[in-house]
Design a protein around this ligand. Structure first.
Ligand SMILES: Nc1ncnc2c1ncn2[C@@H]1O[C@H](COP(=O)(O)OP(=O)(O)O)[C@@H](O)[C@H]1O
Ligand SMILES: [Mg+2]
Length: 264
């Protein structure tokens, strides 16, 4: 069981003529099995928050602890999936997935075994020997997910990973991600600006608001991904009456904030 804790996290970027407060007083706890989705308009600090969790960006103040240790930089206990897959085009699929293991000094046989296991998890074991350019956009994102899982991280960080996919592929990858989450029981921190995607995936939904970036509201125990696991029918889930009611509630919550944003 892993545990993540954020206390009074603030990030300020120096800009010409002053500072931008990208995150202000963010407090959050997460544990294994949480599929946490951060939802909000552009500029509300989602990527900044993910970069702090990944260890790419030191916070200006506040604390982040993963399993009792302060996050001081990137580490194998966190896997990151970006919007653009960021795979290495000159090595094949399985070696892309195994790259992090290679960097940690794990031998060829073992790292290929682990990489194949992760490729199975995302349904791509038959494509292990292919070149990256032979895969569709959705398959490339699935390779990115397999790669992020290769180190068996406690925390999976995903910054709008479906952003570049067409609507059909997006839905398939969402379904796959729910299966991966269910099977691996990891903590997932997932960023999106799609309300529908957020509600479908999240067990916990964090609504963020800009100027300064902060948490506006957290919804706990969302049922829709579990509903998908029961029915295997995402269209049915997304057209469910409760889903639509939640979607409208969240949309009005986000839109209600807009006049305030404009006057800031
Ligand atoms: N490197 C940077 N320098 C200055 N300002 C930045 C930098 N990165 C992000 N910002 C600002 O911080 C705020 C939050 O940005 P970001 O975390 O990218 O938000 P989101 O991912 O929600 O769109 C925005 O106002 C953005 O302009
Ligand atoms: Mg962003």
């Amino acid at each position: 069981m892993s545990h993540l804790s954020l206390k009074d996290l603030c990030v300020r970027y120096p800009v010409k003529g002053g500072v931008v407060t990208a995150l202000s007083e963010v407090n959050l706890e997460m544990e294994s099995g949480d599929f946490l989705v951060a939802l909000g308009a552009s500029g509300c600090g989602k990527t900044t928050l993910l970069n702090c969790l990944a260890g790419f960006l030191p916070p200006s103040s506040g604390e982040i602890e993963l399993d009792g240790h302060a996050i001081g930089g990137p580490g194998a206990d966190r896997g990151v999936v970006f919007q653009k897959h960021a795979l290495m085009p000159w090595i094949n699929v399985i070696d892309n997935v195994a790259l992090g293991l290679k960097m940690r000094g794990i031998g060829l046989t073992e790292r290929r075994r682990v990489a194949l296991e992760k490729l199975k998890l995302v349904g791509l074991e038959e494509h292990a020997q292919k070149a990256i350019y032979e895969l569709s956009g959705g398959m490339q994102q699935r390779v990115g997910i397999a790669r992020a899982l290769a180190n068996d991280p406690a925390l999976l960080l995903m910054d709008e990973p479906m952003g570049a996919l067409d609507a059909f592929t997006r839905e398939t990858v969402q379904e796959l991600l729910i299966d991966v989450w269910k099977r691996s029981n990891k903590m997932i921190f997932f960023i999106t600006h799609s309300v529908e995607e957020a509600l479908f995936l999240a067990t916990r939904l964090v609504i963020m608001t800009p100027s300064p970036g902060r948490i506006l509201r957290i919804y706990e125990d969302l049922p829709f991904s579990k509903m998908f696991l029961d029915t295997r029918n995402s269209r049915e889930v997304k057209s469910n009456r409760d889903f639509i009611a939640m979607r409208e509630e969240v949309l009005s919550l986000i839109h209600h904030r807009e006049p305030e944003q404009i006057t800031v």
